[in-house]
Design a protein around this ligand. Structure first.
Ligand code: NAD
Length: 398
């Protein structure tokens, strides 16, 4: 089989010759008891860069020993890009949400051999799921592999936004000591109302991680948690997004992007937020209307916005979120720490081993199977596509 793997570029100054930590902590299981990805073999050193082109997700030896062809590229957007050329006879496409290869209907229809799209990470909205269902292409992802990495990032972003860390850090870098300037937008999180849209693996873990900060915790999810889960963190459940946003000082977004959630945070919903609220979005950029966010930051309806997800990706160099006031944006990094990379590289190999050996892929990893939503896809997504407008990614200039 031909496996096409789209990964982000290597570091500008080449692959590192050493890394800060000599080894990663050993994790046994996820909090709900699910086991970590468990392939039969591994040809990489955990803690090293795997998500970039030279890292190859540690797959080359394994695939070539089994007689498969691996093609790896980062060139994925402009017309005539390497990925489009290689796609036409590919059997499997592997892509990461950080540097997504948008598998639009047109691309899917250019690839008659395509059987499976694997997300090396979580969130398969870069695939036109409707077209995948129509063409019986299975879509799978490595559920849980980086959920807790993202939850850590959310906590960092809540604290840095509310305490106004970025501004204070900038003052130091500029050689200054202007305390009044540094604190004129700085608050304690303690006592605030912190809520999440979606309390899945990421959302619930972020609530768990925020619990010791002595805040009031809220959530809305289309699947209500169990009474035990709610009581453990003293959670207030809301039966609508509107109800949650009206009650919270800090609003976290952790639902997948699908037709139900595309542009959910528009002018109307933002006007229903508690005035001066902060939004953290590490789910997908397109869940927010980008211009509505800018307008709300400029008017003061929002006090801050942080996240690591944009639409499209890479974000055009002039994307308005790069320059809007009071933002704490990073490129899409929260789920691709060196720690997370080892887990999703293992997960991709586990999926490929199952596929080649005719074994069942874990139900939790399934998004689309046999022409329908399946596994986590059936739980979390609605049918349709959210890839519209992704061609704008070609505007990014390195
Ligand atoms: P999960 O499947 O465990 O949780 C998703 C939750 O969203 C589920 O509880 C589901 O019921 C809920 N949901 C779906 N549609 C909803 C709606 N319309 N309203 C309210 N709730 C809704 O997945 P997860 O591991 O928590 O990841 C969630 C999302 O976060 C992913 O789909 C992906 O888009 C994003 N993500 C981002 C990164 C990153 O690096 N920034 C990494 C991993 C995941």
């Amino acid at each position: 089989m031909k496996i096409l793997c789209i990964l982000y570029d290597d570091p500008k100054d080449g692959m590192p010759s050493s890394y800060p930590l000599k080894e990663l902590p050993k994790l046994e299981k996820y909090p709900d008891g699910m086991t970590l990805p468990s392939p039969k073999g591994r040809d990489f050193t955990p803690g090293e860069l795997l998500g970039c082109v030279s890292g190859e997700l540690g797959l080359r030896k394994f695939l070539e020993e089994r007689g498969h062809t691996l093609v790896v590229t980062s060139d994925k957007d402009a017309e005539g890009c390497a990925a489009d050329k290689e796609l036409v006879d590919a059997d499997i496409v592997i892509s990461q949400p950080f540097w997504p290869y948008y598998l639009t209907r047109e691309r899917i229809e250019s690839a008659p051999n395509l059987k499976m799209a694997i997300t090396a990470g979580i969130g398969s909205d870069h695939v036109d799921l409707q077209a995948a269902m129509d063409h019986k292409i299975d879509v799978v992802e490595v559920t849980y592999c980086n959920s807790r990495s993202v939850a850590e990032h959310i906590v960092m972003m809540i604290l840095s936004l509310v305490r106004d860390y970025h501004n204070q850090h900038r003052i130091v870098n500029e050689g200054g000591w202007h305390i009044a300037d540094a604190v004129k937008r700085s608050y304690d999180v303690e006592g605030m109302h912190v809520g999440t849209i979606a309390a899945g693996r990421i959302g619930y873990d972020m609530l768990r991680k925020m619990h010791p900060f002595d805040v009031h915790l809220h959530y809305f999810d289309k699947h209500r948690l169990t009474p035990d889960q709610e009581q453990a963190l003293n959670l207030s459940y809301h039966d609508s997004v509107e109800s949650l946003v009206a009650a919270c000082d800090v609003i976290n977004i952790s639902c997948p992007l699908h037709p139900e959630t595309e542009h959910l945070f528009n002018d109307e919903l933002i006007s229903k937020c508690k005035p001066g609220a902060y939004i953290i979005n590490t789910a997908r950029g397109k869940i927010c209307d980008k211009d509505a966010i800018v307008r709300a930051l400029e008017s003061g309806q929002l006090s801050g916005y942080a996240g690591d997800v944009w639409f499209p990706q890479p974000a055009p160099n002039d994307h308005v979120w790069r320059t809007m006031p009071h933002h704490g944006m990073t490129p899409h990094t929260s789920g691709t720490s060196l720690s997370a990379q080892a887990r999703y590289a293992d997960g991709v190999r586990e999926i490929l081993e199952c596929l080649f050996d005719g074994e069942e892929i874990r139900n939790q990893y399934l998004i689309v199977q046999d022409g329908d939503l399946a596994g986590m896809g059936a739980h979390s997504y609605t049918k349709g596509t959210a890839t519209g407008g992704s061609e704008e990614a070609a505007k990014f200039k390195k």
